[in-house]
Design a protein around this ligand. Structure first.
Ligand code: MCA
Length: 515
């Protein structure tokens, strides 16, 4: 079954039950029945704009009902959602739209001036629609008053609901992830990937229709979109959505609204612990609190136990694979470990050089197999095949070891990657931008340990002899071309960079001296 099929089943079972409720302005609440109807209307609207099966529909909107409707309607039509971070500047947006050949782009009305110069470079983009989620009535009138070229009649609507069955192997979503070389790649995630992963999580985490999820994550990533939002819709549960993260309000809401499920990244858990009098909040009714997207520091794990009497469920996922492992709901939640493989997911640790599986306790590359593993990188067959071993295992680039009882512990990365506040940042992307500055002759970007963000993006920069540029200016330059979270938070000027005999910058060395 696909996640839309289970959603449809839930629409029939619980038509009057609240599916989604936005708990900050504009306040909005829709039942399963209403949501289904709105998705159908949105699908009709998209169809009237010419969206067809396989088309890429890019969405760069704030966390809103509009985003969710456009996404669900896109998937219902057999088209492909391309969710985009709100923080991406026009340079990055141009690349994502152009590389994916997006046919539709929905973005914030506030982006219209910034986006204008980029539009001319995107011949495949047929429609660009500017929306203002602060005024929900505008979208409502768009989807009710569109010039239907037929819209969705009942028979077509039935057929669209069946698409997922036939198209388990077709992409439903493309999410861009960066790499150590070249520009970001679009990971094609199929209907089958989504549904198998939802089933695994449903079993592992014991989702029920009685659950109330407090949703505080962005919805343009795997964590907020697939794991949290799809997870709740799949279960027939109620989702309370907070548009902006606020630590005190999270604790208050968990208590006042009797939430049972909460998912976050370590930076957010740390901020909850930092709320004054955090221990006054009684979270004993919250049955599932997970942590993912970055390594959970031991202090946060134990801090949560001390402050809230709750042992966090740490889990492990990736954009290309969805969720892979989780500590158990019932059973030992082991500190420092990402737990056991989820149902249907196979995990092995192998020597990255010769792919030889390693014995328990030996550190190697974590490799995965299962119905959750993505289809490939959009129009990048070489990069796709390079990311799999000859015998079909996905190479994660994460280093780890398996214990005798099957628990997996991660202990580093074989690739150059920084994780800040649960977001992946690939240093080569930042280095490429810095290198374009006329005063920069060499640079290296590293992650330095940071209590709040996990890692802090730090650039070590060598200037040319005539170059005189301040760190503020360089940071500003980066932010013109890159999302702010990717831009360095600190710049350190150096006379040279440590390099090996091949001329490659020795980042481990740099981390020791700089961080
Ligand atoms: C915001 N800022 C950041 C980050 N977020 N800097 C570094 N890293 C970040 N992650 C900066 C902004 O640029 C801004 O800087 C300042 O912090 C305040 O911005 P604001 O948006 O107000 O920040 P916030 O609301 O405090 O956000 C922090 C956050 C957010 C709530 C921790 O980053 C967040 O929601 N992170 C979760 C990301 C996530 O969902 N990851 C899942 C990816 P300035 O003021 O200088 O402009 S999926 C994944 O990883 C896999 C598949 C998995 O396993 O889940």
């Amino acid at each position: 079954m696909s996640f839309l099929d289970t959603f449809t089943r839930n629409v029939r079972k619980y038509p009057d039950k609240v599916a989604l409720e936005f708990i900050d302005p504009p306040l909005q609440r829709v039942t399963y029945g209403e949501l289904d109807q709105l998705v159908q209307q949105t699908a009709g609207y998209l169809q009237s704009l010419g969206v067809q099966r396989g088309d890429r529909v890019a969405i760069q909107l704030s966390k809103s009902l509009e985003f969710i409707l456009l996404h669900l309607a896109t998937v219902r039509l057999g088209a492909i959602t391309l969710p985009l971070n709100l923080a991406y500047p026009p340079d990055e947006i141009e690349y994502f739209l152009s590389d994916s050949g997006a046919r539709m782009f929905f973005t914030m009305a506030s982006n219209s001036v910034r986006f204008h110069p980029v539009r001319a470079n995107l011949p495949e983009l047929k429609h660009c629609v500017f929306l203002n989620p602060a005024k929900p009535e505008e979208f409502q009138s768009l989807i009710t008053n569109y010039q239907a070229t037929g819209g969705l009649d009942a028979a077509a609507s039935r057929e669209h609901r069946l698409l997922d069955h036939r198209d388990r192997n077709e992409a439903a979503i493309i999410i861009y992830t960066s790499g150590t070389t070249g520009r970001p790649k679009g990971a094609e995630i199929t209907n089958g990937n989504l549904s198998s992963n939802l089933e695994s999580l449903h079993q592992a985490w014991g989702w029920t229709p009685d659950d109330i999820l407090l949703h505080i994550l962005p919805i343009f990533h795997v964590h907020g979109l697939f794991v949290a939002l799809h997870g709740a819709l799949h279960a027939g549960a109620t989702t309370l959505l907070m548009r902006e993260f606020d630590a005190s309000r999270v604790l208050q809401t968990l208590v006042e609204k009797h939430c049972t499920v909460f998912m976050a990244v370590p930076t957010i858990h740390q901020r909850l612990l930092d709320v004054p009098d955090a221990s006054q909040f009684d979270l004993s009714h919250v049955r599932l609190i997970t942590s993912g997207s970055d390594r959970l520091p031991d202090e946060v794990f134990t801090g949560f136990q001390k402050t809230f009497g709750y042992t966090l469920v740490e889990r492990y996922g990736m954009t290309e694979t969805g969720m892979n492992c989780s500590n158990p709901l019932h059973g030992e939640r082991r500190i420092g470990s990402v737990g056991l493989p989820l149902p249907g997911v196979e995990v092995r640790v192998a020597n990255p050089e010769d792919e030889r599986p390693l014995a328990q306790g030996e550190i190697g590359e974590v490799q995965l197999r299962g119905p959750n593993i993505f289809k490939g990188y959009w129009k990048q067959p070489e990069k796709t095949s390079a990311s799999f071993t000859a015998d079909g295992w996905f190479r994660t680039g994460d280093l780890g070891y398996l214990e005798a009882d099957g628990y997996l512990t991660l202990c580093g990365r074989s690739k150059d990657l920084i994780i800040s506040g649960g977001l992946n940042i690939y240093p080569p992307e930042v280095e490429r931008v810095l290198a374009e500055h006329p005063s920069v002759v060499a640079c290296a970007v590293i992650g330095c340990p940071d209590r709040e963000w996990g890692e802090r993006v730090t650039a070590v920069v060598v200037l040319n002899q005539t170059g005189s540029v301040s760190s503020e200016e360089l940071i500003r330059f980066c932010r013109e071309h890159l999302a702010p979270y990717k831009s360095p938070k600190s710049i350190i000027f150096a006379d040279s960079l440590p390099r090996n005999a091949m001329g490659k910058v020795q980042k481990a060395e740099l981390r020791k001296t700089v961080c």
